[in-house]
Design a protein around this ligand. Structure first.
Ligand code: BG6
Length: 478
């Protein structure tokens, strides 16, 4: 790849996301040469920091993940500048504009701008509007707006946010991040499907009994109680990550290369989500909130910092998602995500039925795609590495090397710099998924939950098991 040039303006540049994910990713790109001489990063936030102090914080965050010579980190950090900024103050945008122009001359950055919103979501709209109204956008380079999640907290607020940002930026310049779309396995799924015709032929309601998506975490909410109280796992993980994972495995035409076609197929899939009546929510979705662990050592969710003593926010959910499409009607997609489960696991389990033997796949085979790899395995057949399974209906086109979670961001930043929007979410996808999630949320909000209802370090409330048992199924990961 050739060197890219751009000025990054990171709103929320002093924050956690920037330091944990963005700066290490930019540093990796620096080491590969994709970013070299022609880039600069302006970090903005309210607090008054000097460039030197800012650079110090960047280096400290790098030292946590890399053992490179400090010299190269210092060279990298010379590209970093800090501007104290109040998102509502127009004058500050002028200062930002001037600084960006100055750095563009200094680093010959080609008038390209990446505006990265790593700030509290309530500021997304304001910042986008000011970038436009205060004339920050350059005429002869690109101007790309990157938006972190959460994109709204329900359909109405997402619509409003989308209205605000699309007044300021054309859709083609908007990059809505779902970092799961930056993960290797998710990006590989279309290739895996396209390169394994038997597998692809089996991916439909004739041969699939059910599909299970599990995103389990062992940690609790840590220091994000304030945010989490406004979210809950339904908004934090299901509306975005789980839906996008389903999009990668269940949408049509994995061979499509064109971003427009890929997005359209995903939009069509989400448009066929079978929406739930309040009674169906009660039947098809369960919620949980963690209590302390067996020994009473860990905090219960309600004891976490910035969490209400009687919080009704769920930290676990399991549900049955269905589609009204020709390909998928009748196939349950069981989804599950929670904090304080026994370990970290991100996986898709595809359970085939008996008829799949028509295609030369052993009846009732379970194929597991590990998004979070365990011991270097990526694909399992009936629980063992696919290479040792004795079945050959699936092959990994190119076995990737074991990498760190942080790389999702690296790959997404490369896409942003290359103008590739395939791995970002479109408004139409969000509209359908929010509509679906809203029906669950509304029902839950109308009824008091019996929380806490699961012990930290366990698989969530028993109702999650019963959900599948009722259909004669069971969780593969348990
Ligand atoms: C984030 C959620 O989007 O994803 C977090 O806000 C969650 O609550 C995280 O912990 C999980 O991501 P990953 O990449 O660690 O599986």
């Amino acid at each position: 790849d050739t060197e890219k040039s751009a000025i990054f303006i990171i709103f929320g540049g002093s924050g956690d996301l920037a330091h944990r994910k963005l700066y290490p990713s930019l540093f990796r790109l620096y080491k590969t040469g994709l970013l070299k001489d022609h880039f600069a990063v302006i970090g903005t936030a309210r607090r008054p920091w000097s460039d030197d102090y800012f650079r110090g914080t960047v280096i400290t965050s790098l030292e946590e993940s890399f053992d490179d010579d400090k010299k190269i980190m210092e060279e990298f950090a010379k590209h970093f500048f800090y501007q104290s900024h109040d998102v509502n103050d127009s004058e500050h945008y002028i200062a930002l504009k001037n600084l960006a122009a100055k750095l563009d001359d200094q680093f010959e950055a080609g008038h390209n701008r990446v505006y990265y919103m790593a700030i509290a979501p309530r500021f997304f709209g304001t910042v986008a509007e000011h970038l436009n109204s205060e004339g920050l956008k350059t005429k002869d380079g690109y101007n790309r707006l990157v938006i972190e999640k959460p994109f709204g907290r329900d359909l109405d607020s997402a619509c409003e946010l989308n209205g605000n940002i699309s007044k300021a930026f054309p859709e083609d310049d908007i990059y809505r991040i779902d970092h799961y779309l930056g993960k290797e396995m998710i990006q590989d799924i279309p290739n895996i499907r396209a390169n394994n015709p038997k597998f692809e032929a089996a991916l439909n309601n004739k041969y699939v009994s059910n599909i299970q998506v599990t995103l389990a975490e062992s940690l609790g909410v840590e220091d994000r109680g304030g945010y989490y109280e406004t979210a809950g796992v339904l908004r934090d993980m299901v509306q975005n990550h789980i839906m996008q994972i389903i999009g990668s495995i269940a949408s049509d035409d994995p061979e499509a290369k064109d971003a427009g076609v890929i997005h359209k197929n995903k939009c069509d899939l989400f448009a066929s989500l079978k929406n739930l009546t309040p009674e169906e929510v009660d039947k098809n979705f369960v919620r949980g909130q963690y209590d302390t662990d067996e020994l009473g050592d860990e905090k219960a969710y309600r004891q976490e910092d910035k969490v209400a003593e009687d919080s009704q926010i769920e930290t676990f959910t399991a549900g049955k998602v269905e589609f009204n499409s020709k390909r998928w009607s009748g196939v349950p997609f069981y989804v599950r995500s929670g904090k304080r489960m026994p370990n970290k696991a991100s996986r898709i389990d595809i359970v085939f039925n008996e008829k799949v033997s028509e295609l030369g796949i052993k009846p009732n085979t379970v194929l597991t795609l590990l998004i979070e790899r365990t011991n270097d395995h990526s694909i399992l057949i009936n629980g063992i590495d696919y290479k040792e399974s004795g079945q050959d209906f699936i092959k990994f086109p190119e076995e990737p090397e074991f990498t760190k979670a942080c790389e999702a961001y690296e790959s997404l930043i490369i896409d942003i710099l290359s103008g590739n929007r395939v791995h970002f979410t479109l408004w139409d996808e969000l509209r359908s998924t929010w509509k679906y999630i809203d029906s669950i949320r509304e029902r839950w909000d109308s009824q008091k939950a019996d929380f806490p209802n699961y012990i930290s370090g366990t698989m969530g409330p028993d109702s999650a098991e019963m959900l599948l048992e009722r259909d004669g199924n069971s969780w593969i990961w348990d």
